[in-house]
Design a protein around this ligand. Structure first.
Ligand SMILES: *Cc1c(COP(=O)(O)O)cnc(C)c1O
Length: 424
């Protein structure tokens, strides 16, 4: 696309954008009594206007049916998770029964590690990206300790080459190969939260399997941001949260994916609870765990209906928009952002884009390393009505989402960035 640095061009793109109207289906926070330019969907997605209605429905059922709501009515809570499976499966590219919506992300990561990090003999190492989100680091560290290993020895962190900010796929694959028989697990982000780099999940999975290891991804920054084909890529497991790009509310319910070749295996080790037990037998309260088929067999507790109701509202929007349409717009929108940032006078000296330039290697987030007084620039942007986020020590993350952001907002951002740089 031939971008132009004018408001008229941006507005023209919005007029031609088939997804533009989705903007009206979200609430925008107010700054200086107008809608903020909200580029923070990578941290907390906006509230779909329909979420209230979905919650109210369940509140109404609770008020009027109380315990009967578990089994009676049109959408009983007993199998409420099934209402989410199709929409969630399409977001990550899986079969319906390979996903289940439950718990929260870090809890789910631990549950998946119980099943897929099973070190034995020489095979005990985990390959992961250096600088992974801290919760993931702590989860891996504590799991290796739990199995009696020293995390320093068991966890292999991959660093970018000297002078580079992101990992090269060839280096990731080479490292997997080099650790070969010592490798128990490859566990990385699908997209790194800090740099916004998309990892080649298909190639990494293939290499991990060739080395005889399991392969799983944390999709916190990928789910709802880029299309994926977890099933076809033969990824073993994945986890994600729903409050970022998936707009399902602070601390919202999370998801897991388990490839069917494990999901349907009753003998795979797992931590069990009654909600993962064979649904027909669940209320017989009998001894002896018999897992449900598929990812639902990892459920522990009865469903968190209120956050699930919000997630349903959000998945409805994703279903209407379609991940492929969102991706098409996203590449154009984020490409426009990169083009405009490059064009901002004074940007060259102060800002470095650490997100990959290749559109295939990034989602909608662009991370700007600010060489001087990063925090001050961030504060100026926020005061001017732009909501982005700041990550220590010097990075501002800017994420225009294709679902509710516009080309005009990206244009206005670049104007405000320009004004801020003049005062910086
Ligand atoms: C946002 C995020 C988390 C947060 O974990 P919670 O359990 O939802 O608090 C973890 N890992 C990654 C990669 C994230 O981006």
């Amino acid at each position: 696309m031939n971008y132009q640095n004018t408001l008229a061009f941006a507005q023209e793109q919005d007029r031609n954008d088939p997804l533009h109207h989705f903007k009206e289906r979200f609430y925008f926070p107010q700054v200086n009594r107008q809608d903020a330019i909200y580029f923070c969907g990578n941290s907390l997605g906006l509230q779909p206007k329909s979420a209230q209605m979905y919650i109210d429905n369940e509140m109404y059922k609770w008020a009027n049916m109380a315990v009967e709501g578990h089994f009676k009515g049109e959408e009983p809570w007993f199998n409420y998770h099934e209402l989410l499976a199709g929409g969630a499966a399409r977001v990550v590219g899986a079969k319906d029964n390979e996903v289940v919506i439950m718990n929260q992300l870090t809890v789910n990561l631990h549950l998946m590690l119980v099943s897929f990090y099973r070190p034995a003999g020489r095979r005990f190492k985990i390959i992961t990206e250096a600088g992974a989100f801290p919760s993931d680091q702590y989860a891996l560290e504590s799991q290796t300790r739990f199995h009696g290993y020293n995390p320093e020895e068991a966890i292999v962190e991959l660093f970018p080459r000297e002078g580079e900010h992101t990992l090269r796929t060839e280096d990731i694959l080479a490292s997997i190969k080099a650790h070969g028989e010592e490798l128990a697990l490859v566990m990385m982000g699908g997209i790194n939260y800090y740099t916004g780099q998309v990892f080649d999940m298909k190639a990494i999975t293939k290499a991990g399997h060739a080395a005889g290891a399991f392969v799983g991804f944390d999709l916190a920054h990928a789910a709802g941001n880029i299309p994926m084909q977890l099933h076809d890529w033969e990824v073993d497991f994945a986890v994600w949260c729903t409050y970022k790009y998936l707009n399902s509310g602070p601390g919202g319910v999370a998801g897991i994916y388990v490839h069917e070749r494990f999901a349907n295996d009753p003998d795979i080790p797992r931590f069990a609870g009654w909600w993962g037990h064979d649904a027909k037998e669940r209320f017989k309260m009998k001894k002896g765990f018999m897992p449900m088929e598929g990812a639902p067999g990892w459920q522990l507790s009865n469903g968190q209906i209120l956050p699930m109701a919000v997630h349903r509202a959000a998945l409805q929007l994703f279903g209407e928009a379609g991940m492929d349409n969102l991706r098409t717009k996203s590449e154009q929108l984020t490409g426009y952002l990169a083009f405009l940032i490059d064009d901002v006078p004074g940007g060259e000296e102060l800002l470095e884009m650490i997100t990959p330039r290749d559109p295939q290697a990034r989602g909608c987030q662009i991370s700007l390393l600010v060489k001087q007084n990063a925090r001050q620039l961030f504060d100026m942007l926020m005061e001017a009505g732009i909501i982005v986020d700041y990550r220590e020590p010097n990075v501002i993350r800017v994420a225009p989402t294709p679902l509710y952001n516009s080309f005009e907002e990206v244009y206005r951002f670049s104007e405000i960035l320009h004004q801020c740089l003049q005062r910086h």
